[in-house]
Design a binder for this molecule. Structure first.
Ligand code: FES
Length: 152
C-alpha cells in the first residue's frame, strides 16, 4: 500500500473527517479490503481516533478488514431459497472452490458469502456475483458460472 496513493484519496475527499465513509469506500475499492495500516494512516492524517475508523469498518457489511476476492459470490439462504435447495448451491460452490462461506480463495479470485434474503425470492435459489443476479440456480449451473468469472 502506497502512502502517496492513500494521501491522494484523503485529499480527494477534501481532507475532511466528515467524509470518513467515502474515504473508506475509496480504500476498499482500491485494495479490495481495508488494510489496518491504511486505517492507521487515515487516523493520523485526519486526527480521528482509530477506534472510530475500526467501528465503521466493522459495522458496514460493504467493508472488509480481510482481503477479499476479485469476485464476490453471495448466495441467499433465506427461507424461500432454502426450501428450493439453496444449501446445495452453497455446498457445490464450497466444494468447487475449496472454501467455506465467509472465506476467500488463496488466489483471491473468489469470496463466498451468504445472506438471508436478496429480495428476489421468486427467483430462488438465487445468488449475486459482483452485483449481477442469477436466479433458478441448480448445482449443474455452478461449474459454468464459476468458469465464466474465473476468466474475468
Ligand atoms: S429468500 Fe432468497 S431471495 Fe428472498
Amino acid at each position: 500500500m502506497e502512502i502517496q496513493t492513500l494521501n491522494t484519496m484523503i485529499e480527494g475527499r477534501g481532507n475532511d473527517s466528515s467524509q470518513l465513509i467515502g474515504i473508506l469506500q475509496d480504500i476498499q475499492a482500491e485494495y479490495n479490503h481495508l488494510p489496518l495500516s491504511a486505517l492507521m494512516q487515515v487516523s493520523e492524517t485526519l486526527k480521528v481516533p482509530f477506534s472510530r475508523l475500526y467501528s465503521i469498518a466493522t459495522f458496514f457489511k460493504a467493508f472488509s478488514l480481510q482481503p477479499r476476492g476479485r469476485h464476490i459470490i453471495t448466495v441467499c439462504l433465506g427461507t424461500a431459497c432454502h426450501v428450493r435447495k439453496a444449501p446445495r448451491i452453497v455446498d457445490e460452490i464450497s466444494r468447487s472452490l475449496g472454501i467455506r462461506a465467509g472465506e476467500t480463495t488463496p488466489d483471491r479470485i473468489f469470496t463466498l458469502e451468504t445472506v438471508n434474503c436478496l429480495g428476489t425470492c421468486a427467483l430462488g435459489p438465487v445468488a449475486v456475483v459482483d452485483g449481477k443476479y442469477f436466479g433458478n440456480l441448480t448445482v449443474k449451473k455452478i461449474g459454468a458460472l464459476l468458469k465464466r468469472y474465473e476468466k474475468e
